[in-house]
Design a protein around this ligand. Structure first.
Ligand SMILES: [Zn+2]
Length: 290
């Protein structure tokens, strides 16, 4: 009966000494917060160094809290944390505002786009998976949203398609999935198909080929004009500060919105409609209705 004692011995010698919490500093965007106990909050951040993480802000709901407005969603903050190894809830030591994106808060449409971005980021990311490119994207999108005076919706669409790229499944919008021809050469009104599982486009010429086998690929997918793919490609490629200047009509915008929604849902099956979008949709309707 030597074996069991030997294996226990091995386990004991391999066991990790108790790790102590460390104090660490990172830039982060506030995604959301919720009440915790009598006076505190649990805040979810997307941080540059650790990706998404949750931390307790002790006393954050007291009137003279040291945190002030730093824990509001969409704030860019400098965060000092007591980070506990192997725990999913940490403790905030200090949280200072780096940028509040004040203009985002004063206009309803801008705010709905900003809140939709942070809500989406919260839903599609896992705790403590570092992705500094994704952190930079949300910071830059909030910055552009704060400064721009038109086409706010474009910033959300650009955020969605660029987020997909930075998570490793950006759609392929340059060439036809079937024949490899450049999509940019087709008339804007010509119709192609976006194949959602592949995240790629089948060109108008391939759609005219005789049906399978040996002919065209299965055309299951979303039929759209080449204009839709052209604008979507601009959202994917252009520098963010140029995004609000991209012009397109409402039908194209709605089609891109729907295509991206289906595409993201294909990759995140449990992705429900965003709360922020629903709330603002209702508000818009109330405003329009007088
Ligand atoms: Zn083709």
């Amino acid at each position: 009966m030597n074996a069991p004692s030997t294996s226990f011995g091995v386990i004991r010698s391999m066991s990790v000494p108790r790790l102590r919490e460390m104090i660490t500093k990172t830039a982060a965007i506030v995604l959301k917060s919720m009440k915790f106990r009598d006076t505190s909050k649990i805040v979810t951040f997307y941080s540059r160094t650790f990706g998404k993480l949750k931390a307790v802000a002790k006393g954050a709901r007291e009137t003279k809290s040291k945190f002030g407005a730093a824990l509001e969603p969409m704030s860019l903050v400098s965060l000092v944390l007591y980070k506990k190894p192997n725990k999913d809830l940490h403790l905030i030591s200090q949280c200072d505002i780096l940028d509040q994106y004040k203009n985002v808060h004063v206009a309803m449409e801008r705010m709905s786009v900003g809140l939709a971005m942070v809500e989406l980021l919260e839903r599609v990311t896992h705790d403590e998976e570092e992705n500094s490119a994704l952190f930079s994207l949300v910071v830059d999108c909030l910055g552009v949203l704060d400064k721009s005076d038109k086409n706010f919706q474009s910033i959300l669409l650009a955020f969605e398609v660029q987020m997909a790229s930075r998570l490793g499944f950006g759609p392929s919008l340059e060439t036809c999935l079937s024949c490899g021809t450049t999509l940019g050469r087709f008339d804007r009104k010509a119709v192609g198909v976006f194949k959602i599982p592949q995240g790629a486009v089948v060109c108008p010429e391939c759609l005219q080929l005789p049906p399978l086998p040996g002919g065209r690929m299965s055309i299951e997918g979303r039929k759209s004009s080449m204009e839709v793919f052209r604008v979507l490609r601009s959202f994917q490629e252009k520098r963010l500060e140029l995004i609000p200047s991209i012009e397109y009509d409402d039908a194209t915008g709605n089609e891109i919105d729907e295509t991206l929604r289906l595409y993201l849902r294909h990759h995140f099956e449990d992705l429900k409609p965003l709360k922020s979008t629903e709330v603002f949709q209702k508000l818009f309707e109330e405003v329009k209705g007088g």
